[in-house]
Design a protein around this ligand. Sequence first.
Ligand SMILES: *Cc1c(COP(=O)(O)O)cnc(C)c1O
Length: 422
Amino acid sequence: MPNYTSGLDFAQQLDQNDPLKHFRSQFHIPKDNQGNELIYMTGNSLGLQPKITKEYIDEELEDWATLGVEGHTEGRHPWLHYHEFLTNTMAEIVGAKPLEVVVMNSLTANLHFMMVSFYQPTAKRYKILIEADAFPSDKYAVESQLRHHGFDDKEGLILWKARDGEELANYEDLEAILKEQGDEIALIMIGGVNYYTGQFFDLKRITELGHSYGCTVGFDCAHGAGNVQLNLHDSGADFAVWCTYKYLNSGPGSLSGAFVHERHAHRKDLNRFTGWWSHNKETRFKMRDEFDQLPGAEGWQLSNPPILSMAAIRASLDVFKTAGFDNLCKKSKQLTGYFEFLLNELNNDHIKIITPKDPEQRGCQLSIQVKNADKSLHTKLFEAGIITDWREPDVIRCAPVPLYNSYMDVFQFVNRLKTILN
Ligand SMILES: *Cc1c(COP(=O)(O)O)cnc(C)c1O
């Protein structure tokens, strides 16, 4: 880490020395109506479009136009196996073995499919534990699972809350909850990186703790995938899910990823919903009566997938592969560290960073809490050409993304914020 300084020349120097600087020009950067590039800080919400994406989608449109149904086997990237073209790079990014990873469905749908297998309540052990400010879709999903199994969704849901006056969840409190109710908890389901605070949880620690009380443990890594080193395999988690349209730059509503730990890869006893895409590939088209389970995460697929959306994922993963995820994480720490430094230099009590200070406990996102929940600050940033997002009750989330955000973006952001605050 360099010793940061606050001048413009320092930002320019960091950009000049950035080995990943040329990746910015490989993305479409949104512009204002005068044609000036906006400062885009919402890659945590919808990642920007790689310029090669169009080419990858066009290839599939052309193969469809020229080959029709034959594209399944004769296409340049045959559709029958298309999801397999994504597996290795995706597995690398989330720190898993290829057997443990599949791209399929959308995120909340996958969360449900995983819970079909990994939320198996009994009369005594039926509760689900989530973090208190979990993403609403996840909360709704687990509540509906409780109801689906005939349990009360209030009584059956345990919230891991931050202490009064604090923003971040505390591991001692999690330990206390488990000590007290561990034998009643069937599933622990945590957002790997919390969408609101940007807190990157210790997946391994939570998993080991949960397993020691006999709970299954899963993570929603929507804000982690492509942002931090998740090391899903080593974490020991039973399952994880994530989307590909945030840090993975694969386009609005694009498909989701799922991880199922290798130790479950060959289990036939697990309850699950199945379809022809979870059936043995060799005999899938023999249309036989009896079902033959595919091993690994692929065995949770149901349908033949949308190729056009997967083409966008393949394009994005190719960009990640070229850049190298380790390199991106390294830049990310420096870029966000610089952002934090400049914000702290403002020394203004109207704003406060609630994201952990420890670079190991966060990704690139910094969540800025605004005094008196003054939403006008977000509007003024927008008017100054800065795209951030406001999350109720009082936070502006900002994510300088190492693939396409520059040190200059961060410098200008804070410079304009300073003008607004004064
Ligand atoms: C973005 C996000 C979602 C969105 O779910 P979709 O099913 O893709 O609409 C759900 N959960 C978390 C934690 C998210 O960050």
